[in-house]
Design a protein around this ligand. Structure first.
Ligand code: HSE
Length: 333
């Protein structure tokens, strides 16, 4: 059974010896979208999917410093200024950490998923950038060592450096953040034939705002329900027990508040569950929703039903069906 414990990952563990440019002069990297929280595990659980994902093309240049020459797919919303873009800021932190602030880099960012979608859009871009620079410089340290830099990007994007998007985007698979201080990230097993149906209703829900509306205090009864479900979900993953996974996908803390940001959330849930979903909930901070299903056909049927309902509400949508992506970022050119 696959399980990997990545203890106490900190930037100080990055090797600081001069790195060589073993990866050639340019590289094209894909990093996956992620579903964070997985309903009950606010800020501590997440998994990567096969699609969508963002792409970064990075080139070594003669002039020290980072430039961003192009961003596509963002409708002009993301800054080209390297001091304000999460990808370049994370990469700059990494370069300083490995003792190579002298390196010159040009970045092209190709967004292949909506921004503010709840699919870990900023995380996918940041992870693609970090994986690109690591590979370009021939840095063969464990990819998990990039996590603190990716979290810096997340902090910049939404005001909080949570890891439940960046960790699965970077490591692939299903990930538990057991602790933030010190950082303790655990890769969990999962049933191989679990299909994830994702639907993004085209309304904007910025993570920063979706975090601000969450209650700051919770009562003991709700806490007991929540940690029972988290433990149940993790047990279900280890036991490959899809029913247990499904009945643990309940959130009494965050979903009741955030669901108001998502059009007809409870109707979408009813449609998904009646169509055979194992479990259903908000992906990350929303507005995307996701369902697990036992079969690809069921997952596709769920996306069709949800999209049809959103169309009736005059809300556009995108849908994706994927198994869990165990690979994380990859070089595609
Ligand atoms: N755990 C984070 C949140 C994920 O729910 O705010 C953001 O995508």
């Amino acid at each position: 059974m696959e399980q990997e414990i990545l203890h106490n990952t900190s930037s100080s563990q990055i090797k600081t010896s001069p790195l060589r440019g073993l990866g050639g002069d340019s590289i094209h990297v894909f990093a996956p979208a992620t579903v964070a929280n997985v309903v009950c595990g606010f800020d501590v659980l997440g998994f990567a999917v096969n699609e969508p994902g963002d792409e970064v093309i990075m080139r070594l240049t003669d002039k020290p410093g980072i430039t961003i020459s192009k961003i596509t797919g963002d409708d002009g919303r993301l800054p080209l200024d390297p001091a304000r873009n999460t990808v370049s800021v994370s990469v700059q932190h990494y370069l300083e950490s490995v003792g190579r602030p002298d390196v010159g880099l040009d970045i092209e960012l190709h967004k292949k998923m909506p921004i503010g979608s709840g699919l870990g859009s900023s995380s996918a871009s940041t992870v693609a950038g970090l994986f690109a620079v690591k590979t370009l410089l021939g840095d063969d340290t464990d990819v998990a060592k990039l996590l603190p830099f990716a979290m810096k990007g997340e902090e910049m994007a939404c005001g909080h450096g949570h890891a439940d998007n960046v960790a699965p985007a970077l490591l692939g698979g299903f990930v538990l953040i057991r602790s933030y201080e010190p950082l303790d990230v655990i890769r969990l097993p999962h049933p191989k034939d679990l299909y994830c149906a994702i639907v993004f209703p085209d309304v904007d829900v910025p993570t920063r705002e979706a975090r601000q509306i969450i209650r700051k205090q919770i009562n003991m009864k709700d806490a007991v329900t929540q940690w029972g479900n988290i433990a149940g979900l993790v047990s279900g993953l280890f036991m490959q027990d899809v029913d247990l996974i499904g009945r643990s996908m309940q959130d009494v803390l965050v979903e009741p508040v955030r669901s108001i940001l998502i059009p007809d959330f409870y109707k979408l849930r009813e449609l998904a569950m009646n169509a055979g979903a194992v479990g259903f909930g908000i992906s990350g901070s929303g507005p995307s929703v996701f369902a697990f299903a036992r079969h690809e056909d069921t997952a596709r049927q769920i996306t069709q039903l949800l999209q049809r309902h959103l169309t009736a509400l005059k809300i556009g949508s995108f849908a994706y069906v994927s198994t869990i992506n165990d690979a994380g970022p990859r070089v595609i050119g």
